[in-house]
Ligand binder design. Structure first.
Ligand code: PHE
Length: 345
């Protein structure tokens, strides 16, 4: 009886060695037969009770060897089959097929406009200063001559940080003026581009976030004529050599005198169109001479130094340049919209 069992085991061993496996299905059949939960070795294990005691050990060893040889064959076949599959996949790649074109992306119209503005001012010696968007109310309002009960604070409808009267999302880039004047000795000649926030109802014409570029020039004997000349240069570089400018008296707490600057409408050549609402002029920015009180607030000697400042919105200019009718398009990141812009800037 026991010799028979040993023979059976040897036959199984031979079967394992001879079993033909050429593909995944045959490998699976092999696994089920020799290693699966109902494999044929299991039946033999039950026979161990019929093996004489002095042969039990040898029998057990042989069963294990047979099992191991099945496992080894299975693993070796598994590896060579998966290599073959990979090779087959590699062989099927057509190396001569044309490549899929890379998507290059495009610049955002706000970036293009901002970069143009920045370059124009850099050419006349302004350097870029960037500052934080979460501001201390002092730099956004206090230093800029806008006391706590000043209507401008309401007017600008500010986003304060939760439970804070001190920290807010800056409502204009003029906060960068205050920071620069506080930390730098004149002469100061900077432009400060960046994002600003106002709690406004979102519509086709206004958004609760937008971008501004601030300009600040502080030195000895800076005059209103310097301001005017600088802005005239900017307007012609930005909107063409025939562009004219117009300064209208205005009010800002931090400049005195203050003005608003219009440029002649470059779309209709000042003849009247929808963009300029048939006036021939489009408003571009606020500006003025830095109020001496602001200089003092920021630790600059107002008897020795004077300066001018200006601040302009970017979105409105981008919308005019590209004929964009709804400001919301600029914040939606819809590729069908964005893909239409390209620029070397
Ligand atoms: N900060 C002003 C605004 O947001 C613009 C401005 C800047 C006006 C600098 C004068 C001087 O409307």
């Amino acid at each position: 009886m026991s010799a028979e069992i040993f023979d059976q085991l040897r036959t199984i061993q031979q079967d394992i060695e001879a079993y033909p496996v050429g593909n995944a299905a045959e490998l699976e059949a092999f696994r089920i037969r020799f290693l699966g939960s109902k494999n044929i070795l299991k039946g033999l294990f039950a026979e161990i009770k019929n093996v004489p005691n002095d042969q039990k050990k040898a029998f057990g060893q042989l069963v294990n060897e047979v099992k191991q040889s099945a496992e080894q064959k299975f693993e070796a076949l598994q590896e060579s089959l998966s290599k073959a599959a990979l090779q087959e996949q590699a062989d099927s790649i057509d190396l001569t097929a044309p490549a899929i074109p890379l998507y290059n992306g495009s610049r955002h119209p706000v970036s293009i406009t901002l970069n143009r503005i920045t370059k124009i001012f850099e050419r006349i010696g302004f350097t870029v200063a960037e500052e934080r968007e979460i501001e201390d109310e002092w730099y956004n309002f206090g230093a800029m001559n806008t006391p706590e009960d000043h209507p401008a604070r309401d007017m600008q409808d500010t986003y304060y940080l939760k439970d804070s009267k001190q920290y807010l999302l800056r409502t204009h880039t003029s906060s960068v003026q205050a920071r620069m004047m506080t930390t730098t000795k004149p002469p100061i000649r900077i432009i400060a581009p960046g994002r600003v926030y106002r709690n406004e109802t979102i519509s086709a014409r206004s958004h609760c976030q937008f971008h501004q570029v601030e300009g600040l020039y502080i030195a000895e004997k800076v005059s209103f004529a310097d301001l005017k000349q600088t802005l005239y240069y900017f307007a012609r570089e930005m909107y063409g050599p025939d562009t004219r400018i117009r300064l209208r008296p205005s009010f800002f707490p931090f400049t005195e005198p203050s003005a608003e600057m219009d440029v002649s409408c470059f779309i209709c050549n000042a003849e009247g169109c929808n963009v300029c609402k048939h006036t021939g002029w489009v408003e571009i920015m606020g500006c003025g001479m830095v109020d001496p009180q602001v200089l003092t607030n920021c630790g600059i000697d107002a008897d020795k130094y004077s300066g001018f400042a200006f601040g302009m919105g970017i979105e409105r200019q981008a919308m005019m340049l590209y004929g964009i009718k709804d400001i919301r398009l600029l914040f939606e990141n819809d590729l069908r919209f964005l893909d239409q812009f390209s620029a070397a800037y």
